[in-house]
Design a protein around this ligand. Structure first.
Ligand code: KET
Length: 443
């Protein structure tokens, strides 16, 4: 609590005040609590963030065979964070740049980065880019992009609900709640098939009020690892078009799902081809391994029309105001690294190779895990481990089993049974498979 600054020099009260009043005014000046109306009792203790809490618990565990399958961050085969070789090269370029400095970036971010990011997600020859129907703001990674988008929509697209997949990345709920947008959900994961509940999804989306916002994971759905097929995306788009729904794509894993940047952006590009007006939250945390550098973008794409350019200019001006009041301007370093990669042919090619290394290792771990469980005859079916895609697998383990496996085997995963596949490697996968086998049989 800030101390009251007692004014010296000019008297805060006049000599005509009664002695009693003067005394009470004096005590107001001296006591730090007296003049504040803030009641600390209204602030309840909030629960710890489950994911970051899990990370801390893992760090504090001294067991030598402990396994971290919590947060979605890539690990190499030695369970260590991996600085992508291409990022090391890009950092070298930055270090040797005589013009490198620590000036503020513009409000909308580093222009070379935002324009290359548009091309990355929309495709280099996207008509939306050519027709100047896109505006982009560099954000505090994907989280900041989701937030800026939610804030913008709460202000300029009021009264609409947002529809999330059930389940979705937990933070979506908090971010949209913070800006007072009403939340609804559409079925997504079928516990029975451990795949997509496509009918349930279409049915609910088809009944949403016209103009509702629908949050879609463009690829590598978090937490389930279940993506619609291209045919299914086409049907989703059809229903959304009929109902005039507004797509909000969260793109946190481009290049991570299949190892192919274009393939993983297919759904977004298809929706744009279909004429949708939409927005995209783009993250470079996972695909460039820039987690702590907070590099990302928010893109708004308007539909083709004769005044699209002026519409986009008005939207850009409002996003700039929101950005200025929230973060003033975005962090520079990660964007500079990403920009060096995105704007250089040789570095870009190296990046594609690094993406194949990461996605390839994850796919291999899926194969090994599934065959180990099949070999042991672990009760249940395990084909979903290899059917699912991207960073996570939704194992189907119950909360009880998750807690048991943490206690008995020091394996850390989120309570919903999600595992970050990158936490598995040739040294711990046998240990993990046996721990799963045991917990499934016993719990
Ligand atoms: N969207 C999705 C779908 C997502 O999984 C994450 C991160 C983000 C956005 C935000 O990432 P950023 O680093 O702000 O660009 N997910 C992992 C980390 C986290 O929860 O913050 C995770 O689910 O483990």
């Amino acid at each position: 609590m800030a101390q009251h600054a007692y004014q010296t020099g000019s008297s805060p009260f006049t000599s005509s005040d009664s002695p009693k009043l003067r005394l009470s005014q004096l005590s107001d000046q001296l006591s730090p609590m007296a003049s504040t109306h803030f009641d600390a009792d209204v602030v309840p203790q909030a629960p710890e963030d489950p994911l970051f809490g899990l990370m801390a618990a893992y760090r504090n565990d001294t067991f030598d065979k402990k396994v971290d399958l919590g947060i979605g961050a890539y690990r190499d085969n030695n369970a260590k964070p991996w600085v992508l070789p291409v990022v090391k090269k890009a950092e070298e370029v930055l270090r040797n740049d005589p013009d490198f400095n620590h000036e503020y970036l513009p409000i909308a971010g580093l222009a070379n980065f935002t324009s290359a990011s548009q091309k990355l997600v929309l495709g280099a020859d996207s008509p939306a880019i050519k027709e100047k129907r896109v505006t982009t703001v560099q954000t505090i990674s994907g989280t900041g992009a989701v937030h800026l988008g939610a804030l913008f929509l709460s202000k300029f697209y009021p009264g609409r609900s947002v529809y999330f997949s059930d389940p979705t990345w937990v933070n979506h709920h908090q971010i949209f709640t913070n800006v007072h947008i009403k939340i609804a959900t559409y079925p997504y994961f079928s516990a029975k098939t451990k795949g997509l509940d496509f009918e349930g999804m279409l049915d609910t989306i088809g009944k949403a009020a016209e103009g509702s916002i629908v949050l879609l994971h463009s690829c590598a759905h978090n937490p389930t690892g279940v993506d619609p097929t291209q045919e299914q995306w086409k049907e989703i788009s059809k229903v959304m078009k009929e109902k005039k729904l507004f797509p909000f794509f969260d793109s946190a894993y481009q290049g991570f799902a299949s190892g192919d940047l274009n393939k993983d952006a297919w759904a977004i590009r298809y929706f744009i081809e279909q004429g949708f007006e939409l927005c995209i939250a783009q993250s470079y945390s996972k695909n460039l391994g820039l987690y702590g550098e907070r590099a990302g973008c928010f893109h708004f794409v308007t539909g083709a029309s004769s005044d699209a350019e002026s519409t986009i200019s008005r939207i850009a001006s409002q996003l700039a105001i929101l950005q200025r009041s929230e973060i003033s301007n975005p962090p520079a370093y990660g964007a500079r690294v990403a920009s060096a990669v995105l704007n250089d042919e040789a570095l870009f090619a190296q990046w594609e190779e690094d993406l194949r290394t990461m996605s390839g290792r994850i796919i291999e771990m899926r194969d090994v895990l599934r065959s180990k469980l099949d070999e042991m005859g672990t009760p249940g079916t395990w084909n979903h481990i290899t059917d699912q895609i991207g960073m996570f697998s939704y194992t189907g383990l119950t909360e009880k089993q998750v807690l048991k496996i943490r206690e008995a085997a020091h394996v850390y995963m989120t309570k919903n049974g999600r595992i970050s596949m990158a936490g598995l490697n040739t040294n711990n996968i046998d240990y993990f498979a046996k721990a799963v086998d045991k917990v499934v049989r016993e719990t």
